[in-house]
Design a protein around this ligand. Structure first.
Ligand SMILES: [Zn+2]
Length: 109
């Protein structure tokens, strides 16, 4: 489960950057094309955050849809699947968003 490593990295990054004794909320952006499963991150977060300043923090996850433009037909559409395929059948799609994996907000208490 690679979400455990990802969640650990996120928690480490937050704890490195924020020196408050208590963090009450963490907001993440996990694009639908990132290949990261938000529910797994939620599950891992409780494990990884336990005993740190993030223990008990609320985890909000925003999931931007995948968006891209097909190079074959010019169609712009939204994708929910990491395997991007245009309705015209082409896989030659330039992905413009949906691969985000970042921390967007941290609230300290
Ligand atoms: Zn197309």
């Amino acid at each position: 489960m690679h979400e455990l490593g990802i969640t650990q990295s996120i928690v480490d990054a937050v704890l490195d950057a924020i020196e408050e004794p208590r963090i009450t909320r963490l907001q993440l952006e996990i694009g639908k094309l990132s290949g990261v499963v938000p529910d797994s991150v939620r599950f891992c977060f409780d494990l990884v955050a336990s005993g740190t300043a993030l223990d008990g923090a609320r985890l909000d996850i925003v999931e931007p849809p995948g968006r891209g433009a097909c190079r074959s037909c010019g169609h712009t559409c939204e994708f929910d699947d990491p395997i991007v395929l245009c309705p015209c059948g082409s896989a030659d799609v330039q992905v413009r968003s949906g691969r985000e994996l970042k921390i967007t907000a941290v609230d300290v208490g």
